[in-house]
Design a protein around this ligand. Structure first.
Ligand SMILES: Nc1ncnc2c1ncn2[C@@H]1O[C@H](COP(=O)(O)OP(=O)(O)OP(=O)(O)O)[C@@H](O)[C@H]1O
Ligand SMILES: [Mg+2]
Length: 356
């Protein structure tokens, strides 16, 4: 990665009639970076990506790609390549002709175009499939052709919109790695839209979390995981998700009462205003099952063993999710103690959702 900024978005706003779809988006993407845009359905991910591509007009703000202002440039002049979930391959063309299409319409001679396509086919494992038609390919192979078509244009940036969501789980995991490896090999700049936070976390250098048209936080995957700025990010990033329990700061200001149906109190490592209402966040892996100096007590209501990890759900209301590495040491119906270190307790303002 270099310090050169490849894509710069300043105060981007987008309205659809009275609906404010993108709100003051500011984002600097260095050359070589892999950025994931993540957030729930309808938060504006595709709108933002399509705005960068020029497929969507923006209502305000400025945008530049490789140092050039692109606000007024049509999509084909922006020199970016989009890869979609629906591969949008030409069904009546072979893989080879699908790959060379963009070069042929630019007037590159056929021999040169075919040579370029063969080179790319080699790097993405399509060499044996060049004479096939899209209908004769598997989902993963089609996705590769779509990638190849983007690569052959040698674009200033790759824009991906949920490219893997049509694939089954194991192929998705495989293609994730392939796309990231390809990005690295090409020294590309990529913006990757997904609603799957694990995909975002595992593929990207920089994750941008969107909610209702706004960037709510951006940073490296583990920064977002370790230091979420608000309850939304805390709950969105991480699987299984962070546990939340409503609470109120105790009379000493240094403890919090967890408002389970049967309330329990835990100590804090900081002082907060007495009586402040909060949401308490606890990650599953930070709740350690132990009867020795436990902070909390509960009963196991459900056990799910997957082999390498055992998941538990407690009988508390609200319930807690717990995890143990390897085989479980307790079973459904057992009474357990739980230990959590004060530094692992997240507190969020009840009204604003901001971390305290
Ligand atoms: N052409 C349009 N006219 C009006 N509203 C639109 C239009 N396109 C999108 N929207 C609205 O803008 C919001 C953002 O849409 P967008 O497609 O960017 O969401 P997304 O984050 O990509 O969601 P998903 O994960 O479901 O693909 C949604 O509320 C959507 O209904
Ligand atoms: Mg979308």
């Amino acid at each position: 990665m270099s310090d050169v900024i490849q894509i710069e978005l300043s105060n981007i706003n987008k309205h659809y009639g009275s609906f404010h779809a993108l709100k003051d988006i500011n984002l600097s993407i260095p050359k070589g970076q892999f950025v994931a845009l993540v957030g729930p359905s309808g938060c504006g991910k595709s709108t933002l990506l399509r705005s960068i591509a020029g497929l969507e007009s923006i209502s305000g703000g400025t945008m530049s790609i490789a140092g050039e202002a692109v606000n007024n440039l049509p999509p084909r002049k922006r020199d970016v390549a989009m890869v979609f979930q629906s591969y949008a391959l030409y069904p009546h063309m072979t893989v080879l002709n699908n790959l060379t299409y963009s070069l042929r319409i630019k007037g590159t001679n056929i021999k040169q175009a075919n040579k370029a396509a063969e080179e790319i086919a080699k790097t993405i494992g399509l060499s044996d499939l060049l004479s096939r038609y899209p209908r004769e390919l598997s989902g993963g192979q089609r996705q590769r052709v779509a990638m190849g078509r983007a690569i052959i244009r040698d674009p200033k940036a790759f824009l991906f919109d949920e490219p893997l969501s049509n694939l089954d789980a194991s192929l998705r995991v495989h293609m994730r790695k392939e796309i990231r490896a390809l990005h690295d090999r090409l020294g590309a700049t990529s913006v990757y839209v997904t609603h799957d936070q694990i995909e975002a976390m595992t593929m990207a250098d920089h994750v941008v979390v969107l909610c209702e048209g706004e960037i709510v936080q951006q940073g490296s995957p583990l920064d977002l995981y370790d230091t979420p700025a608000n309850k939304f990010v805390a709950g969105f990033i991480g699987s299984p998700a962070m546990n939340f329990v409503e609470g109120v700061i105790g009379e000493d200001g240094k403890s919090v009462q967890l408002n389970f149906v049967h309330p329990q109190k835990i100590a804090l490592n900081r002082k907060l205003p007495v009586g402040q209402k909060v949401d308490v966040g606890m990650r599953p892996e930070h709740l350690i099952i132990s009867n020795d100096a436990a902070n909390l007590s509960a009963k196991i209501a459900m056990t799910e063993a997957t082999g390498p990890i055992t998941y538990y759900t407690t009988d508390t209301t609200p319930e807690l999710t717990l995890i143990q590495q390897g085989r479980g040491t307790v079973s459904t119906g057992d009474k357990i103690g739980l230990k959590i270190k004060p530094e692992h307790i997240y507190l969020f303002d009840k009204d604003t959702g901001l971390v305290l």
